[in-house]
Design a protein. Structure first.
Length: 204
């Protein structure tokens, strides 16, 4: 059985994680499976929509990290998984799953993936994307309004009341666990090339 390489890519909201992952995917194509921590937000069907909107989605307790850990362990053993699906427009999971096939390289991404030790210990390489706060908030606003059906007011209010505080309390301190700290994520071509070379070496 081939060894599976697990790479954790963390960083604040809007830091450029997705850009870096997309460019790594272009390099390795079908050899890579990607799992986002965002897929694993907890299910809250017992709470009305108006109340779900008020929950703190940037705290570690908002994620079913135990399920993600179990799924990664299955993928490492070359077992197929069924990952959950989360709908950001209703702040809840939907009643379906997506099949995910194992691959030689698993990339796990999320703002809080280095905060949990059991999850962190599964990673062969830990990358933290470090980007200025003003750039991150602009990217988050654009993403949440365009892709997640949010209003500008709701995004800004959430950022000021929970996102910024949680970043300072949980995300920024987790940077100390990274093997590599990359300014500007996928836009940093030198770091991207070095990471791709490292992945190639591990695959050999």
């Amino acid at each position: 059985m081939d060894r599976v390489i697990v790479i954790g890519i963390a960083g604040g909201t809007g830091s450029g994680k997705s850009t870096m992952i997309r460019k790594i995917k272009e390099e390795f194509c079908d050899e890579i499976t990607i799992l986002s921590h965002d897929f694993y937000y907890k299910e809250h069907s017992d709470i009305p929509f108006e109340e779900r909107k008020k929950l703190n989605y940037d705290h570690p307790d908002s994620f079913d990290t135990d399920l993600m850990i179990s799924h990664i362990k299955d993928l490492i053993q070359w077992k197929k998984i069924e990952r959950p699906v989360y709908d950001f427009t209703i702040h809840n999971r939907i009643n379906e799953t997506v099949p995910v096939n194992p691959a030689k390289v698993i990339i796990v991404e999320g703002i809080l993936i280095f905060e949990n030790k059991e999850l962190r210990d599964l990673f062969d390489i830990k990358v933290f994307i470090d980007t200025d706060a003003d750039v991150r908030i602009i990217r988050r606003i654009l993403r949440d309004v365009r892709e997640r059906g949010r209003t500008l007011d709701s995004v800004v209010n959430q950022y000021l009341t929970t996102v910024k505080l949680m970043h300072e309390q949980f995300v920024e301190p987790s940077k100390k666990y990274a093997d590599i700290i990359v300014p500007e994520g996928g836009y940093n071509m030198v770091a991207l090339e070095m990471l791709n070379e490292r992945i190639h070496a591990l695959l050999k």
